[in-house]
Design a protein around this ligand. Sequence first.
Ligand SMILES: [Zn+2]
Length: 304
Amino acid sequence: MTLEEVLQFSYRWCQDLDQAQIRHELGLNPNTGVDWDCFCREVCEMELFENSVKIGGESKVVQIGESKFGKRINKAVSKAIYKELRNRVISTPSAQKKYNSCFVNDTFDWSEIYSLPHRVTSDTKLREFQFKLLNRYLVTNDFLNKIGVLPSPACSFCGKESESLEHIFISCHYAKDFWAEVIKWLYNLKVDVKNISNREILLGMPGCEDEFFVNHVILITKHYLYSCRCKNTYPLVNVFTARLKKIQDLELLIAKSKNNLSNYTAKWGKFLRNTDLLFTYLKYSALDSFHTYQGEHIWVCRVL
Ligand SMILES: [Zn+2]
């Protein structure tokens, strides 16, 4: 469907028109009509589940559907819910409330926090991962145990404590040791993040020195820790740096295709100054000249 058709469909859907009528007016085939009808309902359902508020009230009867538990929510009910949602006062999302309660002394610029992954990487997988973490959608054993999927909430790494998001990324000693290795590795690249806080691990460090590089590395580290948890393996620094190298190579290719090597060099400059990695890097590119970045000479490679 074109954007115009999507808007036309959504508008008519909100006006309570019948699906067959909408299809007829927009000349859509039946499958497309059914799909978009379902999408519209799911948007209402997701919004409702994420920001649960009391609906109805005195002398109001509210019918609750069971779509997430087997039965599809019927259209009349979903539209009633949508109308309630339109009229309600927007409250703080529950994930933000949770982070506020974890870090009571901090103030949060949520628009900055949410936009950070989009600024530091074009990798949609990493952006999606951080979005899920910010909204606390990432599955942990703690959650799987609560819903009866796993018999124990024990951590996938240490097997001792309950596996919450905070545990798997911060307090588990496997995670702590791994962060210490990454921080040491960054320090060798003259990137000092020794004082990184728990909050910065989870939400990122907007506005820090080497913002793009540091936050990208933080994202990759978290994503790597989580993928180890999913694969039942332990995190290893060698595997992590190999992954980082792959990502850097990919960004080089993208920079080549967009003819935008200056931004690429500004972001990865300190990484490329590492002699071993520079050596590997030179396998792919031809050495061109010295350039100055933040007062220091760095190698800039002419892309073949
Ligand atoms: Zn653990």
